[in-house]
Design a protein around this ligand. Structure first.
Ligand code: NDP
Ligand code: 8X3
Length: 250
C-alpha cells in the first residue's frame, strides 16, 4: 500500500536520506525544511514520486498550522510522521553557552516537534492508523560536557515518545524513538557555525553512521509487522562506545 510519509528536516542529512529511501519503495512524500531550493532539488531527483514541499521555519507555529491545513487532498493524511528536523548549536559549558542557542534548540527540537505531532495525530487517531518516528539521540540517554540543553531536548523527545505510546494504547498507531550516536551529516557544520574544519574533526579517524545507514534502519522500523512496535532504538557506529565516569581528583 502506498503511504504518505511526512518528513521534517528533509533538506539534508537523515531527512533527505529517508526521502530517497521511502520514495524508492513507492511512498508519497511530504517534505519540510526552510531551504526551499534544497527541497526542490531533492524532489526533482525523486522523479516519479508524488512529493509535496513545505518550505518554512518549523518553529513558526502559525505557518506550520496553515501548511498542514493546506496539504493537497491527493496526499491524504500522513500515515508516517518522521519528526527529524532538529539541531545542536555550540558545545559550550552551561555557564558560557549562548541563551539564544538554547532557545533555538528548545524551540526546534521540543516545541516544534510537539506542535507538529499535535497537528497530525488527531487524523491518525480518527483513522486508527499511523506511525510517529521521533529522532532522539544518544545525547538524550548519556550526558557529555557541552551537551547540556541539546541532550536535554533529546531526553524530552525520548520521554514524549513513551508518553505518546501510553496515550495511544489500543490504537493501531506506532511510536518509535530513534537514538543515533555519531553520524556524519550537516549536524556538526550547523553546531559549529559552519566551521568546516571544526566539523571535520568530529569525524576524523572514525567510520560514523551515514545518513543512508539511518534511513535504512528507519525504513525497517516502519515496516515491521502490524502487531510489533519498536519503542526505541539506540544506534552507534562500532567505533563509538561509553567512557568511564569522570572523577575530579584534588
Ligand atoms: P542536518 O543538519 O544534516 O539536518 C537537519 C535538518 O533539520 C535540515 O533539513 C534542516 O533544514 C532541518 N531544520 C533545522 N531547523 C529547522 C527549522 N527551524 N525549520 C525547519 N527545518 C529545520 O542534521 P541531521 O540530519 O544529522 O539531523 C537530523 C536530526 O537527527 C536532528 O534532530 C538531530 O538532532 C538528530 N541527530 C543527529 C545526529 C548526528 O550526529 N548527525 C545524531 C543523533 C541525532 P533547513 O536548514 O533547510 O531548515
Ligand atoms: C547527535 C549525537 O553525540 O553529537 O545527537 O550529541 S551527539
Amino acid at each position: 500500500m502506498t503511504r504518505t510519509v511526512f518528513i521534517t528536516g528533509a533538506s539534508s542529512g537523515f531527512g533527505a536520506a529517508c526521502a530517497r529511501k521511502f520514495a524508492a519503495h513507492g511512498d508519497r512524500l511530504i517534505l519540510l525544511a526552510r531551504r526551499q531550493q534544497r527541497l526542490q532539488t531533492l524532489a526533482d531527483e525523486l522523479d516519479g514520486c508524488d512529493t509535496h514541499l513545505i518550505s518554512l521555519d518549523i518553529t513558526d507555529q502559525q505557518a506550520l498550522q496553515s501548511a498542514i491545513e493546506n496539504i493537497p487532498e491527493a496526499f491524504g493524511k500522513p500515515d508516517v510522521l518522521i519528526n527529524n528536523a532538529g539541531l545542536a548549536l555550540g558545545l559550550s559549558g552551561a555557564d558560557q553557552a549562548e541563551m539564544s542557542h538554547w532557545q533555538q534548540m528548545i524551540d526546534t527540537n521540543i516545541s516544534a516537534l510537539v506542535h507538529l505531532t499535535r497537528l497530525v495525530l488527531p487524523a491518525m487517531v480518527r483513522r486508527d492508523r499511523g506511525h510517529i518516528v521521533n529522532i532522539g539521540s544518544t545525547a538524550g540517554n548519556w550526558p557529555y560536557p557541552g551537551g547540556n540543553v541539546y541532550g536535554a531536548t533529546k531526553a524530552f523527545v525520548k520521554q514524549f515518545s513513551r508518553g505518546l505510546r501510553a496515550d495511544l494504547l489500543g490504537k493501531r498507531i506506532k511510536v518509535t524513538n530513534i537514538e543515533p550516536g555519531l553520524a556524519e551529516t550537516e549536524f556538526s557544520l550547523v553546531r559549529f557555525n559552519h566551521d568546516a574544519a571544526r566539523a571535520a574533526e568530529v569525524y576524523d579517524g572514525t567510520k560514523p553512521i551515514s545518513a543512508d545507514d539511518l534511513a535504512d534502519i528507519i525504513h525497517w522500523v516502519c515496516n515491521t509487522p502490524a502487531h510489533i512496535n519498536i519503542n526505541a532504538m539506540e544506534i552507534m557506529p562500532l567505533c563509538q562506545s561509553w567512557g568511564p565516569f569522570r572523577i575530579d581528583r584534588q
